[in-house]
Design a protein around this ligand. Structure first.
Ligand SMILES: Cc1ncc(COP(=O)(O)O)c(C=O)c1O
Length: 380
């Protein structure tokens, strides 16, 4: 299959001399993102200050993220990281009734678990579902863990470790049938896997911009369903969470309507420029064709790894995985550096090397990378 996005690949000049396969960690830099960052610097240089223009860009970034996940722009808040967003949601919950249980998993990125654990001092009872041997969580395990005391079920959409993907609709139905909210960490899926928060009916979904959203660190988006957002009063707050941030009324804590109430202080404006450009590019192409192509690349990666008898830590069923294919190796960090010296960028995590393509990658790059790993394992 020829890459369907040959034209868009030209927007990523570094790909001419680098194989960039680490979108589960940091995607490649594109011209639109670079230009967007420059335009912030230019605005600052030329205008000295353009508060309104910079704030508009933050709103545009929210709009693009809303479009990506089929939410309304008013249902999106901007924070600095997924850790911040998870903390913001957790802090807005009350654990003081019988319904004080958090059901989460051991395949979550640790920062989410850390956030829930920090609320034990507020009476949260935190239960971690252990993974199966293949790093998945069975539906039965969720059925056993979620009950009438569960306040929130907290899951990753796609695992950071091996790309294992979960069915959001099925899990939101299960959580809701017990009266639990569903909180989703979509940092490993947003930008590479279709997300429809209305169809899947998740309550809260968070993602940062650095990975498949093609942006930079320091900005994360938080979707909170409108009906829920209006019932919550965040503990972590600031002037941008007020009805009118510019009213400067020190003694009035009036929460803004809908999810803007989760905004806190001055937003990460320069990061919003980058995020808007990255997500806008994804929206222009469309996530569905991107997802289809990434599934194809997953197939190529798995097939090539099997041919070279590499140990695959990801699901072999493409329907159950995101872009990331994890290859189990000894000395993953060392191998990551070794491949980098050949201008092949992959991402090590514990005992795996993660090969995480985006739409701009080619079949050829996947094959070359897997061959380079196989070769390194034989010769090192
Ligand atoms: C799924 C997932 N969630 C959260 C994080 C960490 O997010 P942050 O550093 O924005 O808190 C990562 C980072 O790799 C991740 O992969």
């Amino acid at each position: 299959m020829v890459t369907p996005f040959k034209k868009q690949r030209e927007l990523f000049p570094t790909l001419s001399n680098t194989i960039h396969l680490s979108s589960c960690s940091q995607s490649a830099i594109s011209l639109p993102v670079k230009d967007a960052i420059s335009s912030y610097l230019q605005s600052w240089t030329e205008n000295g200050m353009d508060w309104n223009g910079w704030m508009d860009e933050v709103q545009h970034a929210k709009n693009e993220f809303a479009r990506l996940i089929n939410a309304a722009p008013e249902e999106i808040a901007v924070l600095s990281s997924v850790s911040d967003a998870a903390s913001a949601f957790a802090g807005a919950l009350s654990f003081s009734t019988e319904r004080n249980k958090v059901v989460t998993t051991d395949i979550d990125f640790p920062c989410v678990g850390h956030v829930w654990l920090s609320h034990k001092r507020r009476n949260a009872q935190v239960n971690f579902i252990p993974p199966e041997e293949d790093h998945s969580i069975s539906f039965q395990a969720y059925e056993q863990a979620i009950d009438s005391k569960t306040l929130v079920t907290s899951i990753p959409h796609v695992s950071y470790y091996n790309g294992y993907k979960q069915d959001l609709k099925l899990l939101s139905q299960l959580a809701h049938s017990h009266g639990s909210y569903l909180f989703v960490d979509a940092y490993q899926s947003a930008g590479s896997v279709s997300i429809d928060v209305k169809d899947s009916d998740v309550d809260v979904l968070v993602a940062g911009a650095q990975k498949f959203l093609l942006g930079v660190p320091g900005i994360a988006f938080m979707y909170v369903k409108k009906e829920l957002a209006n019932q919550l009063e965040p503990l972590t707050t600031g002037w941008f969470g007020r009805q009118n941030p510019f009213a400067f009324t020190n003694q009035i804590l009036d929460y803004a309507d809908v999810t803007r109430r989760f905004d806190t202080g001055t937003p990460p404006m320069i990061n919003a420029y980058a995020a808007r450009a990255g997500i806008s590019l994804l929206n222009q192409i469309g996530i569905k064709p991107i997802e289809e192509y990434l599934n194809h690349l997953s197939g190529v990666c798995i097939e090539t790894a099997q041919k070279h008898q590499l140990e695959i830590a990801s699901p072999l069923d493409i329907e159950r995985k995101g872009s990331n294919t994890a290859i189990r190796v000894k000395h993953a960090s060392y191998l990551e550096q070794h491949l980098k010296s050949q201008r092949i960028i992959v991402a090590a995590r514990n005992d795996v090397l993660r090969i995480a393509p985006h739409f701009y990658n080619t079949e050829d790059e996947i094959v070359k990378t897997v061959e380079a790993i196989a070769h390194a394992l034989i010769t090192k």
